[in-house]
Design a protein around this ligand. Structure first.
Ligand code: MLT
Length: 241
């Protein structure tokens, strides 16, 4: 039997260090992993998720690179892009390398980087489910949260994904964060956008006139088979047979 667990924040991730050879699924629905899925869908070659703004600055002016930086949901001056999925829906990114640093999502990827890491969103949800079942490995879903604090959108997504994986009898879980996330998912599944109407990050983005980003990330208008997987510090596209 294999296990599936949910770390509700990156700070909680070390509590799962006893899990043997897991696949870590990093989730940052608003917005980093939704942006990563969008960028791959529009043809980005690879994504380098960096922890700090300073690291990102080192890549500025590199040929065929797009350097994107976000802090507190705002794009940082002096960089090519920020962390809105709509910035990546264009042909200019085709075959380029994206360097990305965000407040939470790229930090979570780096915290998990000693493990096998993939990134998930509502865009590539179906392929992520298929890949995880085929992998037959222990799974940890790592929610990015907000600056070390639990958030609803990542936990609901984790509950949705876990609920699907546990339909496969090869997987078990006795983790209360899984039970709580599945309860949240079942409470929200009939109208996720409405359920999150007063969530912390939804409100942050709304106050910055970014409600359109929230709507897209929660209910994208396209799907992708691409599974971003971490290979020597770079996220590369994997497409299942
Ligand atoms: C993220 O990591 O996705 C950011 O912290 C939040 C955002 O860009 O809205």
């Amino acid at each position: 039997m294999r296990s599936i667990n949910i770390s509700l924040t990156p700070e909680n991730f070390s509590a799962f260090s006893h899990i043997k050879d897991p696949i870590v699924v990093v989730v940052d629905i608003l917005r980093a992993t939704s942006v990563i899925s969008t960028a791959f869908h529009y043809g980005i070659k690879e994504v380098i998720p960096v922890k700090s703004v300073e690291q990102a600055k080192n890549y500025l002016k590199t040929n065929n690179y797009i350097v994107a930086a976000e802090r507190n949901a705002l794009p940082l001056k002096g960089f090519d892009y920020g962390n809105s999925p709509f910035q990546y829906m264009n042909k200019k990114i085709l075959n380029k390398t994206l360097v990305l640093t965000t407040t939470n999502g790229t930090k979570a990827i780096n915290i998990a980087s000693k493990n096998q890491v993939i990134t998930a969103s509502y865009i590539n949800f179906n392929s992520i489910c298929r890949y995880l079942i085929q992998s037959n490995k222990n799974i940890i879903i790592l929610c990015s949260g907000w600056k070390g604090v639990f958030n609803l959108e990542d936990s609901i997504f984790a509950g949705y994904l876990t609920n699907e994986i546990l339909k496969n009898k090869n997987y078990i879980s006795n983790c209360d964060s899984v039970k709580a996330s599945i309860i949240l998912y079942n409470s929200s599944k009939n109208n996720l956008f409405e359920f999150l109407s007063d969530s912390a990050h939804r409100n942050r983005l709304k106050h910055l006139n970014m409600e359109k980003d929230t709507k897209f990330c929660l209910c994208p208008n396209f799907k992708s088979d691409i599974i971003p997987f971490l290979d020597n510090g770079k996220l590369k596209p994997l497409v299942l047979e």
